[in-house]
Design a binder for this molecule. Structure first.
Ligand code: ATP
Length: 257
C-alpha cells in the first residue's frame, strides 16, 4: 500500500473575514494523480498557496513525507521537492526557452555566490549538470526546436509546456499543476494528458486543479471536491460524478438537469 506523501490536517486559511479554506483534511499518496476541483472561488488555488508556503495557513498542519512543512517559506518547500505551476503563466517572456527551464534549477543549487564569480570547479560541475538537466527537459517536452527562442514568441500551448518543463528541471517529487489545460485547444489538451501520465511514470506524484472535467475524469485517480473552502466530497472520479452534493455545487440546487 502506497504511503501518504502529502497530508493536510484541518488546514484553515482566512483573508480578513473570509474563510477561503475551512478545516480541510486531504491525503495524497505517493505516485498518485490527485485532483482538486470545485466551483470558481471555492478556495483551490489558496490550498495550493498554503501547501507551497505562499500563504501560510493560520490553523492546521501540512505534512510532507512525515515532515511538518506548515511554517516553511516557499524556497524551503521547493527544495524539499514540491514544485508548482501557476494558473496564469509566470515565465520570463524575453528569455529563451532554455534559459527559462534553467531558471528552475536554482532550487537545486547549494553553492555560494563566490563559486559562480570565481568559476570554481564546483561551479563548473554544477553548470554542466544544470545544462544536462535542461537538455533532458527539452527532449522530454519536445521543445528542442525552440531552445533559443524567446518564450514570448511561442504560442500559448507551448508556453504552458515550458512552464511544466521548468518545474520538472527542479526534479520534483510532487508536481502541483494549477489549471494546466486552461487556454489549451483539444489537441494540446490530449498532449498534456499524455505528458502528465509520462511524468507520473517517472515516479512523480501529481496534484492538480482543473476545470476541464473530461480531462479530470480521464487523468485523476482520486479527487477532493471543495465548495466555499470546505470539502464536500472525496473519492474516485466515478464516485464523484454520482455525488449529489457535487452535482448541486456545480449546477446549483435547481433540479433542472
Ligand atoms: N490574496 C487574497 N486576498 C483576499 N482574498 C483572497 C486572496 N486570494 C484569494 N482570495 C479569496 O479567497 C477565495 C478563494 O479563492 P481561490 O482563488 O483560492 O479560489 P479558486 O477555487 O482557486 O477559484 P478559481 O477556480 O476561480 O481560480 C475567493 O473568495 C477569493 O476572492
Amino acid at each position: 500500500m502506497a504511503k501518504n506523501d502529502l497530508v493536510l490536517e484541518n488546514v484553515t486559511k482566512k483573508f480578513g473575514g473570509l474563510t477561503a479554506v475551512d478545516r480541510l483534511d486531504m491525503e495524497v499518496c505517493q505516485g498518485q494523480i490527485y485532483g482538486l476541483i470545485g466551483p470558481n472561488g471555492a478556495g483551490k488555488t489558496t490550498i495550493f498557496n498554503c501547501i507551497t508556503g505562499i500563504h501560510p495557513c493560520e490553523e492546521g498542519r501540512i505534512l510532507w513525507k512525515g515532515d511538518d512543512i506548515t511554517k516553511l517559506p516557499p524556497h524551503r518547500i521547493a527544495a524539499k521537492g514540491i514544485l508548482r505551476t501557476f494558473q496564469t503563466i509566470r515565465l520570463f517572456p524575453q528569455m529563451s526557452v532554455a534559459e527559462n527551464i534553467m531558471s528552475g534549477r536554482h532550487v537545486k543549487s547549494s553553492q555560494g555566490w563566490w563559486h559562480g564569480i570565481m568559476h570554481t570547479p564546483k561551479s563548473r560541475r554544477d553548470e554542466r549538470e544544470n545544462w544536462l538537466k535542461v537538455e533532458e527537459q527539452l527532449e522530454f517536452f519536445q521543445l528542442h526546436e525552440f531552445t533559443v527562442q524567446p518564450v514570448q514568441s511561442l504560442p500559448y500551448g507551448l508556453q504552458r509546456r515550458v512552464e511544466i518543463a521548468r518545474a520538472m528541471a527542479a526534479e520534483p517529487s510532487l508536481l502541483i499543476l494549477d489549471e494546466p489545460a486552461a487556454g489549451l485547444n483539444d489537441k494540446e489538451t490530449m498532449g498534456l494528458l499524455k505528458l502528465v501520465f509520462r511524468i507520473r511514470e517517472m515516479g512523480v506524484t501529481i496534484l492538480l486543479i482543473e476545470h476541464d472535467m473530461d480531462l479530470v475524469m480521464q487523468l485523476t485517480e482520486k479527487l477532493t471536491v471543495i465548495n466555499f473552502g470546505k470539502k464536500i466530497a472525496e473519492g474516485t472520479p466515478a464516485q464523484i460524478q454520482q455525488n449529489k452534493d457535487v452535482i448541486e455545487a456545480y449546477l446549483g440546487s435547481d433540479d433542472d438537469d
